[in-house]
Write a protein of this length. Sequence first.
Length: 400
Amino acid sequence: MENFEFQNTTRIIFGRDQSVRIASETKRFGKRVLLVTGRESARRSGLLERAITMLQNEGIQAWNLSGVQSNPLLAKVREGVESARERDVQAVVAIGGGSVMDTAKAIAAGALLMEGDVWDFFEGRRQIKHALPVLTVPTIAASGSEMNGFMVITNEKTGLKLATGSPALYPKISILDPCLTFSVPANYTAYGGVDAVSHLLEPYFNAPAPHTPVQDRLAEGLIETIMESTRLCLAKPDDYDARADLMWGASLALCGLTKAGVGEHHFPVHMIEHSISAIYGIPHGAGLAALLPGWMKWRVETGHPRKIVQMGRRIFRLRSSRRHGAGSPGELEALALESIAAFGKWLSEIGCPANLEELGIKADAHKTIAQNALQQSRIWGMDREYDEKTINRILAYCQS
C-alpha cells in the first residue's frame, strides 16, 4: 500500500423521503440559489415544483436552469454561470443525474472565476481554487458525482469531452433518497450500474501498488453488490432495498475510499469512452459497457491477466485447477478470458452492449475516436502509454 491522504467533506443525508429536506438544508448556505435540472424528469415527476415550493416556504429565492442533457454541454454551463452572476446566487442546487450535478459544479466554479472562461479549467490552463457551495439531490444511481469533486463537460464546438476536478467542488450536502430512482427507465438503471462498476474496476486494474488487499476486497464487495442490486432493480423497479443498495454503492464507488493507497493511476476506459459519447451522443454507461470487455482482453494480451483472474475467482466464483489461479501463462490467460466472458454475460443479462458493434459503431470510426481520445490522453498525461496506435488497438478488441 502506498502513502495517501483521504478526506471526504460531503455530508450525506440518506433514506426514504429525505428529499423533503432540500429547503431546510439549502438555507444554511444562503437565500439566493440556482436550481440546475435536466430536461423533463424532475418537472414531470413533480419533484421540481415541490422543491421550489419548499424553498419559497423557507424564504429562499430560487431560479431554475433547466434543460441539461446527457453528456452535458459547455453552452449550458456558460448560461448557468451568467445566470448565477447576474442574480448573485449564494449556492447551486442540482436535482438530477450525473450530467446535472457536473453542470452544477462547473457553474459553481465558473461563477467565481474573475478572468478567463470556465473551459480553461478543463484544458488545464487554470486550477479551481474556489466555488460556490454545491448541494445535490441525485435522481439516478450512477456517476457518484454527489460524493466527489469531479465533473465532465462536453465542448460542443470542439467535440471534446473533458474531465477535471477540485476539492472545492465536493458537494456540501447530498440528499440521497432512493425513492427518487423508482422511475428511472430500465436501460438507464443498467447503464448506471455499469458506470458505478467501472469506477471501481479502473483503479482495481490500473493501480501500481502490488499489495492492496483492503482496497481489493472493498472494491470486489461493492462490485458484487452493485451487480446484484442492478439485476433486482430491473426485475422490480420499486424495490426500495435494491434501489438503496445501488444508490449507496454508486456513491461509494467514486468517493475516493477504494482507491486510497493504490497509487497514482489513470482511467483509460473512461478516457476512450468520453470520445465515443462526445462524438455519438450515446449514454456514458452504454459506452463503458461496450469498451470494458475489449479493454480487458487487451490487458491480457499485454501481459496483465492476474488481476482479471482474481476478479473472476472472487466475484464470479470461477475456479482454476491450481490454488489462487497461479499456473502457467497459458492457464492464466485462459482463466482471464473466462473471467471476461463472465463479465460480458452480466452485461448481456442487464441489457447492455458488450462491444462497439452492438452500439452501431463500425471499425472505420476507430481512427476518428482515437484521435479525439488522444487529446484527453495528453491532458491527463497518459499519452506515453495510450498513444493513438494503442487506442486503435484497444478499439479493435472492443469492436465485436
